[in-house]
Design a protein around this ligand. Sequence first.
Ligand SMILES: C[S@@+](CC[C@H](N)C(=O)[O-])C[C@H]1O[C@@H](n2cnc3c(N)ncnc32)[C@H](O)[C@@H]1O
Length: 291
Amino acid sequence: MPSVAMAKILFWELLGAKSQPRKTEPDLVMDDPDKVAAYTKAGRVDGVMAPVYLHHCAHISEVICPGDRVIDLACGPATQLAMVAQFHPSCQFTGVDLSEQMLGRAEAHVADLGLVNVDFVRSDISKLQAFEDNSVDAVYSTVALHHLPDVVALKRTFSEVARVLKPGGGVYLVDFGHLKSQQTIDYFAYQYADRQAELFTLDYLYSLEAAFGKNDFESAVAESLSEYAKLYSSFLVPYNVAIKSERRAEFDPELKQKLVKLRSALPACHKRDISDLVFSFAMSGMRTKLL
Ligand SMILES: C[S@@+](CC[C@H](N)C(=O)[O-])C[C@H]1O[C@@H](n2cnc3c(N)ncnc32)[C@H](O)[C@@H]1O
């Protein structure tokens, strides 16, 4: 992030007026075909989400082990899921989402890539009836929890994660954190407006406005997940929040090589984005050996 922008954000967030309230997402379940298309495109082939997915792929890879049964909560079009599943062919993945449109995209993507270790379940992530107690090895979720209507649903989701996980299971739940100032929200939402569909920019704006506060995540973790994972947030301003378990996987030098290669192939602006993510989480103690 350019340092002038960083200075402005610190000013708005640390010295600015009192915090904006959270605004619930206008589309909790993403079923509008045009919005689903715009979101899907942003994640594929050099879209603005590419560095985000790569960053999260490294962290997810540290909490899953060969042969694991893994759930992706609110998997959307399965861009993240397919990336992780390709790197971990011995694991069995289930993507969970409530949107028919998203699941249609997800199934097509996985079929296009010829992946045989992924299936999907249409379900609410706060009611995981499709999964038995202590039946999965790891659960992850990327940029989706802000779609839950309220803190009660967030807490119910975390309690479902704890219910379905086996003892010692892996967790990586990452999402935006609530920003205090509308100026910061607008800065992030519109920074790439010239290179992405307007619908995606608006989707991003609504996502930032709907993000839960770091304190909401802290209380949800304290209620259900503290034995599995710790909470981290990006440095100084909790723009991103992650809940991650201790590393469960052996360090895999081949996987590192592949991820580093993907990182070095990103266009310059996306390289900057992934560096910001790596740096801001590392400063709060969440590090990966894979990037
Ligand atoms: C912003 S997308 C994130 C998708 C994906 N995790 C990714 O990283 O690209 C949010 C997804 O959450 C889904 N969703 C929203 N509320 C849900 C719920 N209660 N249960 C299951 N899925 C939900 C939406 O349909 C949408 O696909």
